[in-house]
Write a protein that binds this ligand. Structure first.
Ligand SMILES: [Mg+2]
Length: 437
């Protein structure tokens, strides 16, 4: 088909759950039979993509930047960026498939032909640094060369004299949404997002009033020492989900950690609180990381200026490939490394792999599904991570020939529409989008 005749004909989504997170797969259909694969950010809503359908159907999908600029205003931070970002990725997949070129090539070519993958690791329930160290050791035995663990103040809830807070606060945290606030593994339970749970869930770090005592710091430091004793000092070790405490307490803990060579500590304050990030950066030698919830490259600049050492953008929040390329330029300017956040399906993963191939200063791509064998088979060809690396495919687009519809049906999210349900209800969704008069 003549490139000028190509048109978008439909947009549909499929919600799956259990591998381990709620993932929203996206298809953009065209009049040439080419289907572009994309994905809305984990734990988001397909609505963010489907509401844009009327603005895209009938348009030529090869004009990626033009279409992105049309829908850009409908993205927002965190999960709200998911619709715009997922569509941008699917459009690039169509471009690659139409011209027979892999996406990394469309993005400027390769800095690397295989991408380092790091996997997030947590141990549920009451456990010690030895338990975590052994879990991480298993990752190393499976070939992974870069590690991250969850380590949070929830370990101290049952430890007398380890935390203090306005009396009653710690009990409320545990009763209502301790798991949601401290430890987000698997899907976030919708029932935690109402009433008192929501109220507790949305208290920012600096407003919980929780402080860690010297005894609490002793316990946490011992945990990290035990982890290092198990895994040694050769492999990078990052820390996430420390918990919602004021930045001063995070600094006190970070000072204890300097001798354990931590690769980075992640999201120690809401990313918007750039003065808090700057205070941490000035007062600790542990690298600071944030960014998985930031929409658009331009919103990273205040964070980079605050002294963050590693950014952790999610392709499915930032706005897709185009915004990530812009962020790459900013990171070179400020001397900041990039680790790609990725908690999604093999579509989001392959998008991140192409992106990491085409970005200069990349440390690794995140991976959450190592313990879920079905995840690898959600696409054809199946994902094969070898020795902790993913080879960058040379096949057109994202390198995904088809989706495994049997597995998508098997892992369908129960409280959502059936996979790839008709979206004609969105055909008339319209507004005057011009942002000036
Ligand atoms: Mg994180």
């Amino acid at each position: 088909m003549d490139a000028s005749k190509l048109k978008i004909t439909d947009i549909r989504t499929a919600d799956i759950d259990g591998l381990p997170k709620h993932m929203i797969l996206l298809k953009i259909y065209t009049n040439a039979g080419i289907i572009g694969y994309g994905e809305v950010r984990d734990a988001s809503s397909g609505t963010y993509a489907k509401m844009l359908k009327h603005r895209l159907v009938g348009e030529n999908p090869l004009n990626v930047e033009k279409l992105f600029n049309r829908i850009r205003q409908f993205g927002g931070h965190s999960r709200q960026g998911g619709g715009v970002s997922g569509i941008e990725i699917a459009l690039w997949d169509i471009v690659g498939k139409f011209y027979g070129i892999p996406v990394y090539q469309l993005l400027g070519g390769q800095y690397r032909d295989r991408v380092r993958v790091y996997c997030d690791t947590d141990v549920d329930g009451k456990h010690t640094g030895r338990d975590m160290g052994r879990a991480l050791k298993k990752r190393m035995e499976a070939g992974f060369t870069y590690l991250k663990m969850d380590l949070g103040i929830e370990l101290l809830y049952d430890e007398p004299g380890a935390l203090n807070a306005p009396l009653g606060m710690l009990e409320e945290m545990q009763k209502y949404s301790m798991k949601a606030i401290c430890h987000q593994s698997g899907s976030i339970d919708k029932s935690l997002m109402f009433g008192k749970n929501y109220e507790i869930f949305t208290i920012p770090h600096h407003a919980t009033g929780i402080h860690i005592t010297e005894h609490g710091l002793d316990v946490l430091e011992q945990y990290v020492r035990e982890v290092r004793e198990e895994i040694g000092y050769d492999v990078p070790l990052a820390i996430d989900h420390f918990g919602h405490v004021a930045i001063e307490d995070a600094i006190r803990f970070a000072r204890r950690l300097e001798k354990y060579n931590i690769a980075w500590m992640e999201d120690l304050a809401p990313w918007q609180m750039t003065e808090h990030l700057a205070k941490f950066a000035r007062n600790s030698c542990v690298p600071l990381c944030t960014g998985e919830d930031i929409y658009l490259a331009e919103n990273f600049e205040p964070v980079l200026q605050a002294g963050v050492n590693v950014v952790h953008p999610d392709l499915l929040t930032i706005g897709g490939f185009g915004e990530m390329k812009k962020l790459g330029g900013l990171c070179e300017k400020y001397g900041v490394a990039i680790a790609l956040h990725m908690a999604e399906s093999p579509i989001g993963f392959m998008a991140a792999v192409h992106m990491a191939a085409a970005l200069k200063d990349v440390l690794a791509v995140e991976f959450h599904s190592v313990d879920h064998p079905e995840w690898y088979d959600l696409v054809k060809p199946a994902i094969r991570i070898e020795d902790g690396f993913m080879a960058v495919p040379d096949t057109p687009g994202l390198g995904i020939e088809s989706l495994n519809e049997d597995l998508i049906a098997q892992f369908r999210k129960a409280d959502c529409d059936e996979p790839w349900a008709d979206t004609s209800a969105w055909d008339n969704e319209w507004a005057n989008d011009r942002t000036w008069s």
